[in-house]
Design a protein around this ligand. Structure first.
Ligand SMILES: Cc1cc2nc3c(=O)[nH]c(=O)nc-3n(C[C@H](O)[C@H](O)[C@H](O)COP(=O)(O)OP(=O)(O)OC[C@H]3O[C@@H](n4cnc5c(N)ncnc54)[C@H](O)[C@@H]3O)c2cc1C
Length: 492
């Protein structure tokens, strides 16, 4: 008995030390300053805006859209092109039937349900008002399970939704154990939607593509934004860049995790149009776009795995097994999940706003985020502000964050221990030899410039990938996917 208690105490102590070390690691990285020498000083401009929106995915574009009729001078920045981030690779189902979310949210479920219904209404209104042609279609959404033991989840989700007033219909299909559907859901083309919104912008909104913001500093009540195109100032800043590239005041990395999913597509004749998702541990997500079937599978938490290449191959094999065809296209996409499953939307500091962590449901949540953030900037009340408050703290968030820190520590240690004979160690850091087309040789540092995780090789795409927060780099060290904003360090 005494030994047992001692064991528990030891474990609790060990957990606390681990959690403390994890937090300490994050705090140390906060003070790690990067080298800005790659910015061309001669290009420096000094524009001042009322609002700068960092990231032009559905969140950023929606925020600008909801501010377009204000008198504010607004800039919308994107490190690449409008919509080129997660939004461009989304399956773009617009639905409030989102897995088993309502049973998991418990007392917050009703408010979340209302928020999703309102978000759908807002999207439809914008499409109608701005006359946007974006392949919008009304198609039923289906929730199903393939495992007998998950039937109770289906029934519970159906009961909860019906108690909120949703009308559901039963489905019969020999391939599934149980399921139901709703009729008031939609699909569209996300990039056509964003392009239509941007076309409706008034002259108070300037769009800056290929503009990477690398740092934000507070100076005399204004935010100074350092970017590859120069310095900009703004009174209000909206962080809508998916995973924040800097550490927010509320310790974002400890309250969230990144989930990656693989999508396969090929031409597939079908007689009825619908979307579907299941509640089992192996994801099956279905959507049709014209003649094409888009099938999502292989969802995993980034911190569980470091063999990314294998996931591509597994997802392609699964597609072939289920649909009897080799996929024509395969891509991966990742979204952020908060530890209490609700997005983070709203003010995180004075005049600093965030919209993120949509758990794979960013069409509704991202568009709603734009409305909530713009209301907050304009001093208007919004009914969903408290539900998504990014500074909220609660028991679920705390305990899951505690467990989340273990995942990060584990993957940090795993990736550190992951050895390859071609790695070189210089001053304790891991490097790899790289030869460019001109046969010039470099040593490239394999530490992610974002939060210093050890990168792992993705043999499918031939990239270096961060197993913690999802940044990706070409073999020459060029960053192709954030949150990292800097290339990998090179030494000759
Ligand atoms: C496989 C998959 C399928 C999905 N399917 C659906 C679905 O069917 N329905 C649904 O509702 N949701 C779906 N989602 C979720 C949805 O796609 C996302 O939640 C949503 O697109 C996120 O939008 P965002 O604006 O936050 O991020 P993004 O679209 O990634 O936009 C962020 C933008 O910020 C820019 N940026 C990043 N860093 C910087 C910087 N430092 N400086 C300047 N710009 C920067 C990026 O270039 C990018 O364009 C899916 C997600 C995945 C992974």
């Amino acid at each position: 008995m005494i030994i047992f208690r001692k064991d528990i105490l030891n474990n609790i102590f060990f957990c606390m030390v681990f959690y403390f070390l994890g937090s300490l690691l994050v705090v140390i990285f906060m003070f790690w300053k990067e080298d800005f020498s790659f910015i061309n000083q001669s290009q420096y401009t000094k524009d001042v805006f009322d609002v700068i929106i960092i990231g032009a995915g559905i969140t950023g574009v929606s925020t600008a859209y909801h501010l377009k009729d204000s008198n504010l001078k607004i800039a919308l920045f994107d490190r690449d092109k409008i919509g080129s981030g997660v939004t461009s690779r989304s399956s773009a189902k617009i639905t409030y039937l989102q897995g088993d979310i309502y049973q998991r949210l418990k007392d917050k479920a009703k408010k979340y349900y209302l928020s999703q219904k309102d978000a759908i209404k807002l999207i439809l209104q914008a499409i109608k008002k701005e006359k946007i042609t974006c392949d919008l279609e009304t198609v039923p959404s289906v929730l199903f399970c393939v495992d007998e033991k998950n039937r109770y989840k289906i029934q519970l989700e159906k009961e909860i939704l019906e108690s909120f007033g949703a009308s559901t219909f039963a489905i019969r299909d020999s391939r599934v154990k149980d399921g139901f559907g709703i009729k008031d859901s939609y699909v569209f083309h996300p990039l056509k939607f964003l392009s239509g919104l941007c076309r409706s912008f008034s002259s108070n909104i300037s769009i800056y593509q290929n503009t990477v913001v690398v740092d934000i500093i507070k100076v005399n009540g204004y935010y100074l934004l350092q970017s590859n195109q120069g310095i900009y100032y703004a009174k209000d800043v909206v962080v809508s860049c998916h995973y924040p590239f800097f550490l927010l005041p509320n310790m974002f990395p400890l309250k969230t995790y990144v989930k990656r999913e693989y999508v396969n597509a090929c031409k597939f004749p079908h007689s009825s149009n619908f979307t579907a998702i299941n509640v089992d541990s192996d994801l099956h997500s279905i959507r049709f776009y014209h003649d094409y079937l888009l099938y999502g599978s292989g969802s995993h938490r980034l911190t569980n795995e470091i063999d990314f290449g294998k996931h591509y191959e597994d997802s392609r094999k699964q597609f072939k097994k289920f649909f009897g065809k080799t996929p024509e296209f395969t891509w991966d996409n990742q979204d952020i999940v908060s530890n209490d499953l609700l997005p983070f939307i709203g003010k995180i500091d004075h005049h600093l706003y965030l919209g993120s962590a949509y758990r794979g449901w960013g069409m509704t949540n991202g568009f709603l985020a734009g409305k909530i953030i713009s209301d907050s900037i304009l001093g208007k009340a919004n009914p969903y502000y408290s539900l998504f408050d990014p500074n909220r703290n609660n028991f679920v968030l705390f305990t899951n964050s505690f467990l989340g820190t273990f995942h990060y520590m584990k993957v940090y240690i795993d990736s550190f221990c992951h050895r390859n004979p071609s790695y070189l160690t210089i001053n304790g850091l891991r490097y790899i030899l790289y030869e460019d087309k001109e046969h010039k040789k470099y040593k490239i540092c394999l530490l992610c410039p974002h939060l210093k995780c050890h990168l792992v090789y993705n043999y499918y795409d031939k990239t270096w990938d961060c197993p913690c927060h999802g940044s990706r780099f070409l073999l020459d060290g060029t960053v192709i996917k954030g949150p990292a904003v800097f290339p990998l360090k090179k030494v000759v």
